[in-house]
Design a protein around this ligand. Structure first.
Ligand code: SF4
Length: 395
């Protein structure tokens, strides 16, 4: 039976981190209740909307992910309301993975108790750096001690899984300080880590400053691209040596602890996004993928703008996604599975690109008819993915 993943976006933060390019910010607490009410409206109207789009909405949910933003800022009563509505609308299986993102320092006893009541099984901590000066320079409000204390409290409360996000490329970071953060992460006992390289784009204050070659937000102290690439490469080896194997470009886990929710994105399984800037993928009864999203503007969302009209993917677009989403995973892409889903000739049409990429050391053919990125390909993944789209590489 097909099962659904539900992503719920909570765009509220205590402060805006300089590197952040998400649709999140500091908004009045009075908006929290309105926001939850809007999500409830979308949930109530979901099945009628899906019927108009000829989209199948699986009734059974096996993963829920509260991301953002800082979902740990939502008051217990609002969280309970959200989970009550979700459980009213869907059959959430008892083994469901239920993840909440948490900014260290926002966790109080009442929130932790509410998470337990709501069935949370996993907490993802946005630490970014365990070196206090680095975290402070980006506007993070926590220290290493606070982050470690929160990880302990979650474990003591009986939540079985925890993840830590780190960013390579923060202002002031050095290879030594990077290893310091990795070491603290490994010793903290979490079973999952996400390692990102700093994104330099117009959507964050630090990114804009770097593009303008300015000095605000400590932009002049951002490590070079080569050093950031080295940090990423070192993290892969370091975490493997501490029992956390890489399973996706940015994700690492102890055995059996990969994020089941995020795997749905890369395996093209259905998921529903609720709230602002939330993306969804559902299928028609015939199996075609429908992609749709909500606005990334909170005020427009609160004014009752719902999901945009879905885009129905063509067979070629689905095959492209099969490549560039599947290749993110270390397990790689099974040519046999793609042949079964699309056609022998459609997959044959991609073999030339694959063989060029293999010659350039970006992908490798593994046993059992699988192809995967090499470590070099992971570092230049945007370039690889652009080849499947027939487009120039993104920056
Ligand atoms: S990084 Fe996380 S906590 Fe910081 S502004 Fe972005 S969403 Fe909020």
């Amino acid at each position: 039976m097909e099962k659904l993943g539900v992503y719920l976006s909570v765009p509220f933060c205590r402060s805006k981190c300089t590197f952040c390019n998400f649709a999140s910010g500091v908004f009045p607490a009075a908006w929290h209740g309105r926001y939850v009410a809007r999500i409830e409206e979308d949930l109530l109207g979901l099945r009628a909307q899906a019927a108009r789009w000829n989209a199948r909405v699986p009734n059974t949910v096996d993963s829920i992910y509260l991301g953002g933003g800082t979902p740990s800022l939502l008051a217990p009563a609002l969280l309970r309301r959200l989970f009550t509505h979700l459980r009213r609308e869907f059959a959430v299986v008892p083994t469901a993975e239920i993840t909440v993102e948490c900014a260290p320092g926002t966790l109080d006893a009442a929130i932790l108790e509410t998470w337990m009541e709501c069935g949370v099984t996993r907490v993802s901590f946005g630490v970014q750096s365990f070196v206090d000066a680095e975290a402070r320079a980006t506007g993070r409000l926590h220290t290493r001690a606070v982050a470690l204390e929160d990880i302990c409290r979650v474990r003591e409360a009986g939540i079985r899984s925890a993840s830590v996000d780190l960013i390579a490329g923060l202002p002031g970071q050095t290879l030594d300080s990077w290893f310091e953060s990795l070491g603290v992460l490994a010793d903290s006992g979490v079973d999952h880590a996400s390692i990102y390289m700093l994104e330099v784009d117009e959507d964050s204050r630090l990114g804009r400053e770097l593009l303008a070659k300015g000095k605000r937000y400590h932009a002049q102290n951002v490590p070079s691209d080569d050093l950031v690439a080295e940090m990423y490469g070192e993290a892969i080896g370091f975490l493997a040596g501490h029992g956390m194997a890489q399973y996706e470009i940015s994700n690492f886990a102890r055995s059996g602890c990969a994020s089941q929710h995020n795997l749905k994105y890369w395996r093209r399984q259905p998921y529903l996004g609720l709230g602002v800037d939330a993306h969804s993928m559902l299928r028609t009864p015939a199996g075609a993928a429908l992609r749709f999203a909500t606005t990334d503007d909170l005020e427009s969302y609160l004014e009752a703008s719902g999901w945009n009209t879905p885009r129905r993917l063509s067979g070629d677009e689905e095959l492209e996604e099969g490549w560039f989403l599947g290749l993110r995973l270390n397990e790689g892409v099974s040519l046999a599975a793609l042949r079964a889903e699309f056609s022998d000739s459609a997959v044959r049409g991609c073999l030339e690109i694959l063989s060029e990429l293999a010659d350039e050391g970006m992908v490798r053919f593994m046993g059992g008819d699988c192809v995967a990125l090499t470590p070099h390909g992971r570092l230049l993944s945007n370039e690889v993915f652009a080849r499947f789209l027939g487009e120039p590489a993104l920056a």
